[in-house]
Write a protein that binds this ligand. Structure first.
Ligand SMILES: [Zn+2]
Length: 231
């Protein structure tokens, strides 16, 4: 293809955009050696209680402790998606979404259902929160995930396709088996991974393969490179 044709195609693509639709995940892509591989995923990470209470996070109280107001995130997120059908977003914490959802008018709910059906808005993980994997009992992990999935199924008729465990402090076999294989997720995204595994797999960048000097190299969990976006 002539260079001018390629350029025209790229410019047309930028100008016209790509219409969002609900698509099957293509998980066959591999990392291209020798290049910087970038995969941008606009997603939520709204802690369902951490430095503040769940209520404080939702309404934006006590922002001197932590600047966070989840209802504003959801309000602005939905408005941004409705403005441009090329935008996509994945939302994770069902506890917050359910609370917001119950405060919306039938008109807004109808628009949000359209966003979900078109694939612009997708629920992933789907539990009431993104639970930790070290301290909770496995029954609690199953129960809270089930509760969130039931809400999504009841309201939107969908089942989350991907696990999104980007902030537990370490990962467990229970999560990978019960909450991965058994509920048939197509993938599981993690952020904190044992340094030994990182060194074995060698998938992360050079600088992240060396643990911080103040932690034990065999027991530490360190972050993979990641970019978190918020609206
Ligand atoms: Zn967190």
């Amino acid at each position: 293809m002539a260079m001018s044709t390629i350029l025209l195609t790229v410019l047309l693509g930028l100008f016209l955009g790509v219409k969002s639709e609900y698509i099957a995940y293509n998980t066959s892509a591999k990392i291209v050696p020798g290049k910087i591989n970038v995969h941008l995923v606009p997603h939520s990470h709204d802690d369902v209680g951490w430095l503040k209470t769940v209520d404080q996070y939702y309404v934006g109280a006590n922002n001197s402790i932590r600047g966070a107001c989840v209802q504003n995130v959801l309000d602005s997120l939905i408005a941004a998606l409705l403005e441009d059908e090329n935008r996509k977003f994945i939302y994770v914490e069902t506890a917050f979404f359910q609370r917001w959802w119950r405060q919306q008018s039938p008109k807004v709910k109808g628009k949000v259902k359209d966003l979900v059906n078109s694939g612009q808005l997708e629920f992933i993980n789907g539990g009431m929160c993104m639970h930790d994997e070290a301290t909770p009992h496995y029954i609690d992990m199953i129960d809270q995930t089930t509760l969130g999935h039931l809400f999504i199924k009841d309201e939107f008729g969908q089942t989350p396709r991907v696990g999104w465990q980007i902030d537990p402090f370490g990962h467990s076999a229970v999560q990978a088996y019960l909450l991965g294989a058994e509920i048939q997720l197509q993938g599981l995204c993690t952020l904190t991974i044992n340094n030994t595994i990182l060194k074995t797999e060698g998938n992360c960048t050079e600088k992240h393969q060396n643990p911080p000097s103040n932690v034990d190299s065999d027991l530490s969990v360190i972050p993979c490179p990641a970019v978190q976006l918020s609206i």
